[in-house]
Design a protein around this ligand. Structure first.
Ligand code: BGC
Length: 246
């Protein structure tokens, strides 16, 4: 079954048709810069452009970097504040004329990894973290997702964890791998203390450099890099929407 997955991020909106039985992208993904300002209406226009580019009709899965409940985006940590309490699902359905499922970006990435990637078949508590502009989280027990966990906002040294340890902070402060991993390890120690995960999947664009820093990371859980890097959101979004196929 083919389903379109679209990943709305702070810098780009990316989409591709996905074979939801295998997790494979069936065409080269299309990436369009996130519009400025990144209001719901402006982003919805890009979503529609991606739908048209693939000449797609059918259910569409769309990720968003915020808490999403029943299609409504409730927060907007790194995006335009007009997204707070926005009925994104209805808006995107109106603009595209297609059934739409909206879900948190890290939850979508987790769904991809648990079904086809680094978390496939792993029992117990699996945590996926995406390190990018913010820190996203997705928690699973025996493959079942607890949505909207938002652990990037856990307070570490009285600051949001993502304001200390995201990939953006590493870049902005020009931190060495050592310095950055020390901050990430403080975050992981807190996660360990509270949830004792069995496996941590390290995701986000920076995970493609895992070979450079993976050995510096510490947790009681096993830590592995994500398999899908930047395509995980697209794949997970498509999987979430595939339930709507008639
Ligand atoms: C948001 C999360 C999101 C994460 C990664 C955080 O700032 O609150 O909802 O998953 O960034 O994009």
């Amino acid at each position: 079954m083919i389903t379109l997955g679209i990943d709305i991020g702070g810098s780009g909106i990316k989409g591709a048709p996905v074979n939801v039985e295998t997790g494979e992208l069936l065409a080269e993904r299309l990436r369009i810069d996130t519009p400025e300002p990144s209001t719901p209406e402006n982003c919805a226009r890009i979503v529609q452009e991606i739908v048209q580019h693939f000449n797609y009709t059918g259910p569409v899965g769309v990720t968003f970097p915020a808490v999403v409940k029943h299609g409504v985006t409730l927060t907007a940590a790194n995006v335009h504040k007009q997204w707070v309490n926005c009925d994104a699902q209805t808006l995107l359905q109106q603009v595209t004329g297609l059934p739409v499922v909206v879900l948190n970006d890290a939850d979508a990435a987790g769904i991809a990894e648990i079904n086809f990637g680094a978390g496939k078949g792993v029992p117990g508590t699996v945590a996926l973290f995406t390190f990018g502009t913010g820190i996203g989280s997705a928690f699973f027990t025996d493959g079942v997702l607890l949505p909207n966990t938002e652990f990037g906002h856990l307070l570490i040294r009285e600051k949001d964890a993502e304001h200390r340890a995201s990939a953006k902070v590493k870049q902005a402060k020009d931190l060495t791998w050592q310095q950055w991993c020390k901050r990430v390890n403080e975050f992981f120690a807190e996660i360990d203390k509270l949830f004792s995960p069995d496996l941590i999947i390290f995701g986000g664009g920076v995970s493609k450099k895992f070979a450079k820093f993976g050995a510096l990371l510490k947790s009681n859980a096993t830590i592995v890099p994500a398999k899908f890097l930047n395509d995980a959101g697209i794949i997970g979004a498509a999987m979430a929407a595939s339930k709507l196929h008639k």
